[in-house]
Design a protein around this ligand. Structure first.
Ligand SMILES: Cc1cc2nc3c(=O)[nH]c(=O)nc-3n(C[C@H](O)[C@H](O)[C@H](O)COP(=O)(O)OP(=O)(O)OC[C@H]3O[C@@H](n4cnc5c(N)ncnc54)[C@H](O)[C@@H]3O)c2cc1C
Length: 503
């Protein structure tokens, strides 16, 4: 069993099929150097994965012990994914490798290569849907085409839903098949030269490698109360269940605890999507308000995943091709605006507070993701791909399908995106969703002394008010980098190229 974005034992499709159909099952995780090498040395996600593997290892051990099997453990490799998996499978004389689908374009290439190389050694590669409720081409229009609009997709999603789709895979029933690893790893610490260069491959015999062994540093993850592993997901879910009834009203206000904060767990599979969707659906049937609104978000996740599977080109291009003709700001000016956005120095408090949130914690509230994405693209005129990349590098829950979907929604180039002429006003968004400035004050303490009215647009405050709040614009807090009204006009012109010629 090759674990990837499914770091849990309970309700895991591939693990279930492996345990049910094989006499002995070994569980493997690879710290893939192709993914790790380009990352900065301090990355919260690597720490999250590492800690989640400790949790997974504990789950495997407990499952084994419950079936009288001692010494069951996760085998962890550090190397390139495909050669590592092939080598472990051969060493264990495995007949088959089991894994769950991962539809990101690069992962599909990796899995095609794995399938080929395993086959070369007479080893089967079995893969399963696990990460979403419906995948790929399971939900199609009546004409048999993938949906490009959310609401009809959602209606078809519900039409197709049966108990089976929400049922858990009872992995624990078959845990007898879990096998302890051979006493000595065959290739600990070896390195091999391949035509592509030298690759490292270790099977780390003492359990889970430390961050330092992986070449990484500790991050501030432990201070964020973002508990990793299935245990962390269970804690968050338990907490959210009490708040579900308020989700519909609370979800848009970043200063309050409205959403579930489960996205990072969905990303790494430390929680099962079937468990979450089943919980939401059941609560909806029990009449709990908010449950349907939350399920709706889980369906958006499915929606964007099927977009990725059916339109992989959209992961690097505008979903609507005419939007690739837009001329974005370029050169030093654009670089400077982008730096101000990244560093939270735009002079628009809600935008800057949101950027402080992602920079300090790796999380950003959904309403704020929409606000800052719109601001980058439609106020600063910067290519949405720059922002997409920055989110990809910095979000703990970075997920190619959802991130690309979110950015293309904001830039209006996506399927079912907001129309290009709808441009968020960052000040009215702030007044509406952080009326008392509580979120802004949390992340921009320099502005704490401003009144609730002035905090959304400090440049409009009078000199007396600024002075009494201890703020000198340009010194304690920046002047706005652009004028929203002018930027809006410029954006409408910029987007004119996408207007369809009148018939
Ligand atoms: C520009 C932009 C970029 C985004 N990038 C990502 C990303 O990289 N990874 C990511 O998981 N989400 C992304 N989202 C979607 C959304 O912002 C996050 O899923 C959400 O904020 C996570 O917080 P939560 O778990 O508390 O959400 P909740 O409100 O509790 O929602 C529950 C779950 O539903 C899913 N979900 C919610 N909203 C969306 C959505 N709009 N699209 C797809 N799935 C959704 C998530 O898995 C989330 O965990 C992005 C949105 C925008 C506008």
């Amino acid at each position: 069993m090759w674990f990837r974005r499914d770091l849990r034992t309970s309700d895991n499709a591939a693990l279930f099929h492996a345990l049910k159909s094989c006499r002995r099952v070994w569980c493997v995780f690879v710290f893939d150097t192709a993914i790790l090498d380009p990352l900065p040395r301090a990355d919260r996600r690597v720490e999250f994965i590492r800690e989640s593997l400790v949790d997974l290892n504990g789950q495997l051990r407990a499952l084994g012990q419950a079936h009288g099997r001692d010494r069951v453990q996760l085998l962890v490799c550090h190397g390139e994914a495909v050669p590592s998996v092939v080598q472990v499978a051969r060493h264990l004389h495995a007949q088959a490798v089991f894994a769950n689908h991962d539809d990101e374009p690069a992962s599909l290439v990796r899995d095609a290569q794995a399938r080929g190389e395993l086959a070369h050694h007479g080893i089967m590669f079995h893969t399963f849907k696990d990460h979403v409720i419906f995948e790929r081409q399971e939900v199609l229009t009546q004409q048999g085409r993938p949906f490009g609009v959310f609401t009809p997709y959602k209606n078809a999603w519900f039409k197709q839903l049966t108990d089976f789709h929400l049922q858990a895979y009872p992995t624990h029933k078959y845990a007898l098949a879990l096998a302890p690893p051979p006493m000595k790893p065959a290739f600990e610490g070896t390195s091999t030269t391949t035509p592509e260069g030298v690759w490292r491959q270790h099977w780390l015999p003492d359990g889970i490698p430390s961050l330092a062994q992986l070449g990484f540093e500790n991050t501030n993850l432990p201070t964020l109360r973002l508990l990793p592993g299935s245990a962390g997901a269970a804690t968050l879910l338990e907490d959210f269940l009490h708040r579900m009834e308020h989700y519909g009203q609370a979800r848009d206000f970043p200063a309050i605890k409205g959403p579930s904060y489960l996205s990072v767990h969905l990303r790494f599979g430390t929680v099962s999507i079937r468990l979450l969707a089943r919980t939401a659906y059941t609560m909806h049937l029990q009449g709990i308000p908010g449950a349907m609104a939350w399920l709706n978000e889980l369906i958006w996740r499915d929606f964007y995943h099927q977009i990725m599977a059916n339109h992989p080109r959209a992961m690097s291009h505008a979903f609507k091709p005419e939007y690739d003709a837009i001329h974005w700001e370029k050169g030093k000016h654009a670089e400077a605006l982008f730096a101000a956005w990244r560093e939270g120095r735009t002079g628009y408090p809600l935008v800057d507070a949101a950027m402080a949130q992602i920079n300090q914690t790796g999380y950003m509230h959904n309403r704020l993701r929409m606000v800052v994405a719109s601001f980058l693209v439609k106020d600063l005129g910067v290519d949405w791909r720059w922002g997409e990349r920055y989110f990809a590098d910095n979000l703990n829950d970075f997920d190619l399908a959802a991130n690309n979907g979110g950015w293309q929604w904001a830039s209006s180039s996506g399927c079912d995106a907001q129309p290009y002429f709808r441009i968020f006003n960052p000040v009215s968004q702030s007044e509406k969703f952080d009326g008392e400035g509580r979120f802004i004050r949390r992340y921009l303490p320099a502005l704490a002394g401003l009144t609730n009215k002035a905090i959304h647009a400090p440049w409009l405050a009078g000199p007396v008010e600024l002075a009494s709040a201890g703020i000198e614009l340009g010194r304690h807090y920046p002047w706005p980098v652009v004028d929203h009204a002018q930027a809006r006009e410029k954006t409408l012109q910029r987007y004119a190229v996408v207007k369809k010629p009148l018939a």
